[in-house]
Ligand binder design. Structure first.
Ligand code: NDP
Length: 287
């Protein structure tokens, strides 16, 4: 078997088009565009690129996108004051504080300060709790992107065995929750999991979110499985590689995401969707 590739670029373009249509409808109805405010502290080169892309893509779909840049030596109090200001600003629908933050700032404290209704990264304790309870809330972008990829290839998780390798708050745990909400039987594997090969081999849906190149070997993939590779690793060859040994896995899976061009493009597309969702929900609450 040779797997079909899940084209994240094309699917992300489709999601952006959907966001654009929703932004246009919102703007016409409410006389203003949804607004996304991104906060960047410091000058980490990768973060600068991510933030620029978020600003560019939000403007491309017709939203207001603003980046607030603070110097690397900014105090936590200064950042918290900015977040409070954005929380209070009626024109701000989505707030995203770009991670990682400099050492003097406690990320958890900052995240917990964001108005959950504007938390388009879905990381506040309120939104994480709502996700666990299976209630509506804002969901982290990358996990939501993974679910959309499954839907686009016609993979219904209900009744399937799903294995998520990685248990981070940002990726692994929310993906597992979303799969559970869609009635998959979910196993979460992590660095202390015994016999990872055996666990992975049970998966009809295998999600890798670890950050270690080719950790998941091709021969661990159950024939016919759908493989979603979230990992982004810079290899010794200077190129980007996933957490799954792609060539081997491709021989066994039915569908597989490439790296790059799989999950990666979905994250910003879902951020745009979350911002429109947040904007609509805030208007609905005001009524
Ligand atoms: P974290 O470092 O926060 O979490 C990694 C997880 O992998 C942990 O739960 C850890 O287990 C687990 N792990 C580490 N080593 C092993 C091992 N040998 N066997 C099994 N599990 C292991 O990473 P993130 O979740 O933030 O990111 C994961 C990957 O996804 C990274 O490559 C990141 O770059 C990428 N990413 C991609 C995005 C995209 O848009 N495509 C967005 C976000 C992330 P334990 O908890 O026990 O330590």
């Amino acid at each position: 078997m040779t797997a079909q590739l899940i084209d994240g670029k094309a699917i992300a373009a489709k999601v952006r088009d959907e966001a654009k249509a929703q932004v246009a409808a919102f703007t016409q109805q409410h006389g203003r565009a949804p607004g996304l405010d991104v906060v960047l502290v410091g000058d980490d080169p990768a973060s600068q690129v991510y933030v620029r892309n978020k600003e560019r893509d939000s403007v491309q779909v017709g939203m207001r996108g603003t980046v607030h840049r603070l110097p690397a030596d900014s105090s936590q109090a200064k950042l918290l004051a900015l977040v409070a200001q954005l929380n209070a600003d009626a024109a701000v629908d989505g707030i995203l504080v770009q991670m990682p933050l400099p050492k003097q700032i406690d990320a958890e404290t900052v995240i917990a300060t964001i108005d959950p209704g504007k938390d388009v990264d879905g990381l506040t304790p309120v939104n994480a709790g709502l996700l666990c309870l299976g209630r509506p809330g804002l969901v982290p972008c990358t996990p939501m992107g993974c679910m959309r990829l499954l839907d686009e290839v016609g993979c219904n998780p209900a009744g399937k065995r799903a294995v998520v390798v990685g248990r981070s708050t940002l990726v692994g745990k929310p993906i597992a929750q979303l799969l559970l909400a869609r009635h998959a039987t979910v196993t979460i594997a992590h660095s202390r999991t015994a016999d990872l090969a055996k666990v992975c081999a049970e998966a009809d849906i295998l999600v890798a979110a670890v950050g270690k190149e080719a950790l998941v070997r091709g021969e661990w993939v159950k024939p016919g499985a759908v493989v979603i590779d979230v990992g982004i690793n810079r290899g010794a060859d200077g190129k980007l590689h996933g957490d799954v040994e792609f060539e081997g896995a491709k021989q066994r899976a039915s569908w597989i995401t490439p790296v790059p061009g799989g999950v990666g493009p979905m994250t910003i597309a879902m951020l745009l969707m979350n911002t429109v969702t947040a904007a609509k929900a805030r208007i609905a609450v005001k009524r």
